[in-house]
Design a protein around this ligand. Structure first.
Ligand code: ATP
Length: 248
């Protein structure tokens, strides 16, 4: 028997409130150590898929109304989001939610609290994060709210990494950022994945970009998966090119 994939989302329907059906039966899998991209236009259901997995959907009066979500062979549907973080599943929300008044370093340290580590181990982990994000090391004493958008995205990712995750759900990392810094962030994510084996499920509207960094991708449209495959293969498909890659 083949081992069960790391993350399995099966036929998930999700609703907000009573009436808004945001996911209409989404299925996807992610192998351990993989980078998988969720592509699609605004409102297609990318964020909702991530929030269904992390159960942060609950905070928005949403819920999974059908389907199953298994992670490392266990049913995680409806589990407490903070318990999931302690187990190694963390979401980086869209829009870089940093604590603006805290320094970059203080923001990173908040990520370590869930694990209740000693100061020494936190210092070790900080150095690890700084090795991946040299920009953050240079800005460690700056107030996060005064750093650039790209740096704030790095803080958000770095803070998630401080929880020592094995799976990171990354929502729209390129949102509102200049192309160069976005490339830098994706390079770091890819390198992190290679060096540390952390798996990434990332929602991204910029398909062109995401397909260059992901192993595998799913395309969502109005709450359904309409295409999926190896990233390199999807990038060559004409209908994907026409709709999501701006022709060419
Ligand atoms: P975006 O890039 O805009 O975040 P997305 O692909 O991530 O797009 P979702 O945010 O998952 O899409 O939205 C899917 C559907 O669910 C949309 O119709 C959206 O209007 C609706 N929706 C999302 N969040 C909520 C919410 N908190 N309450 C009600 N409806 C919501």
């Amino acid at each position: 028997n083949a081992p069960e994939p790391f993350l399995v989302v099966e036929n998930v329907e999700a609703v907000y409130g009573q009436a808004i059906l945001a996911l209409r039966g989404v299925s996807l899998t992610l192998g351990e150590g993989g980078v998988v991209a969720l592509l699609g236009a605004n409102g297609a259901g990318k964020s909702t898929t991530l929030k269904a997995i992390s159960n942060l959907i609950r905070a928005e009066r949403g819920q999974v109304s059908q389907g199953t979500i298994r992670w490392r062979g266990r049913d995680i549907l409806g589990r407490d989001p903070s318990a999931l973080v302690s187990d190694g599943l963390v979401q980086v929300l869209e829009g870089r939610h940093v604590f603006p008044q805290l320094t970059v370093e203080q923001n990173l340290i908040t990520g370590a609290y869930v694990r209740g580590l000693s100061k020494l181990r936190i210092a070790d982990d900080l150095e690890r994060i700084y090795a991946w994000f040299p920009r953050l090391k240079a800005r460690r004493q700056s107030r996060a709210g005064l750093t650039s958008g790209g740096e704030q995205q790095m803080v958000a990712i770095g803070r998630a990494l401080m929880t020592r995750p094995t799976l990171v759900l990354l929502d729209e990392p390129s949102m509102g950022l200049a192309p160069l810094i976005v490339e830098e962030i994706f390079e770091i994510v890819r390198q992190l994945n290679r060096d540390s084996g952390v798996s990434f499920l990332l929602a991204e509207q910029n398909a062109n970009l995401a397909l260059r960094y992901a192993d595998h991708a799913y395309v969502l449209e109005t709450g359904r998966v309409v295409a999926s495959g190896a990233a390199s293969e999807l990038a060559r498909r004409d209908e994907i090119k026409n709709i999501y890659l701006g022709g060419g």
